[in-house]
Design a protein around this ligand. Structure first.
Ligand code: ADP
Ligand code: MG
Length: 252
C-alpha cells in the first residue's frame, strides 16, 4: 500500500484562487521508491498541487512533508535542497545556452539557492561537474547535442534536457508535470523507457499524466483529481475500472 513507509505526505491541503476551490481536502501518501501518478481532467488542480508541493504556491491550509521534514512554508530552493526536483508543464531551460551549460546551472544553484555569473564561470572549469553533466546528458540520450543551443531542440528533447537538469541533482523525489505532453508516440515511448530506468534506479517519482499508456507503464499507484478533490485512488487497473473516474472524465 502507498501508505506504508510513505516518504512524501500531502495532508489536507486546500488552495483557493479568488473563491475558486482549486484544491480541497487533498491527501496523498507516496511510498519510498514508488511511482505515483496523478491524473484528472483539465483544470482539475493537478499543476496547482504540484506547485504547492514544490513551494511555488502556499496552500491556504494543510501540510506537505518529505522524509520527515515539513516542506510547507519553505522556499522552492530550500525544497530543492531537501532532495526534491521537478519538471514543470512548460520547459524551463536556458534557450541561449548550450546543453552542457544548461546542466551546470542547477548543479551550481543547488549550493545556496542562487548563483552569480563568476561562480558559474568558475564551475564551468571544474572537471568533475562537467563529467557529471555529460553523464546526465548520456542518460537522457542527448550527449551528441551537448554543444547545441537548448532553444533549437525539439519539444521532446527540451523535456529530456529538463530531466537531465533534474537528474544531475541526484534528487530523492522527482515531480513531473505531464512529461509527455505534446510528444509524438515515438518520443513518448522513449520518455517512458527513460522514466522506467529512473524509477528502477530507486528514485521516488510523482508524475502528472494525461496519457493512460504512460500511467500503466510506470505507476504503482494512481490518484484521480477532479475539481480539486481526490475522487479515487488505487492501482492503475483499479482506477481505470472505476465508474466515478470515467464519469469525471466524461463530465469534465
Ligand atoms: P490542471 O493542471 O489539472 O489542468 P490547474 O491546477 O492548472 O489544473 O488549475 C486548476 C484550477 O485553478 C483551474 O480552474 C485554473 O483556472 C485555476 N488556477 C490555476 N492557477 C491559477 C492562478 N494562479 N490564479 C487563478 N486561478 C488559477
Ligand atoms: Mg496542469
Amino acid at each position: 500500500a502507498p501508505t506504508k513507509n510513505a516518504i512524501f505526505d500531502v495532508h489536507d491541503v486546500h488552495k483557493s484562487f479568488a473563491g475558486l476551490h482549486a484544491l480541497s481536502e487533498v491527501n496523498l501518501k507516496v511510498g519510498e521508491r514508488t511511482t505515483h501518478a496523478i491524473i484528472g481532467p483539465n483544470g482539475a488542480g493537478k499543476s496547482t498541487l504540484l506547485n504547492v508541493c514544490v513551494g511555488r504556491l502556499a496552500p491556504d491550509s494543510g501540510t506537505v512533508t518529505f522524509d520527515g521534514e515539513t516542506l510547507t512554508g519553505k522556499k522552492p530552493y530550500e525544497i530543492n535542497q531537501a532532495g526534491v526536483a521537478r519538471v514543470f508543464q512548460t520547459p524551463e531551460i536556458f534557450s541561449d545556452l548550450n546543453l552542457l551549460e544548461n546542466l551546470l546551472m542547477p548543479a551550481l544553484s543547488k549550493r545556496d539557492g542562487s548563483f552569480t555569473f563568476n561562480a558559474f564561470r568558475a564551475l564551468n572549469t571544474q572537471k568533475d561537474i562537467l563529467q557529471k553533466a555529460e553523464h546526465a546528458l548520456e542518460d537522457v540520450g542527448l550527449i551528441e547535442k551537448r554543444y547545441e543551443h537548448a532553444g533549437s531542440l525539439s519539444r521532446g528533447d527540451k523535456r529530456r534536457l529538463e530531466l537531465a537538469m533534474c537528474l544531475i541533482q541526484n534528487p530523492k523525489l522527482l515531480l513531473l508535470d505531464e512529461p509527455t505532453a505534446g510528444m509524438s508516440r515515438h518520443d513518448t515511448n522513449r520518455t517512458i523507457d527513460l522514466l522506467v530506468r529512473i524509477k528502477e534506479s530507486g528514485m521516488t517519482i510523482i508524475v502528472i499524466e494525461h496519457d493512460m499508456h504512460v500511467v500503466f507503464s510506470l505507476a504503482d499507484h494512481v490518484s484521480v483529481l477532479a475539481q480539486g478533490k481526490i475522487i479515487a485512488a488505487g492501482t492503475p487497473s483499479e482506477v481505470k475500472g472505476s465508474a466515478k473516474v470515467q464519469e469525471a472524465y466524461l463530465g469534465g
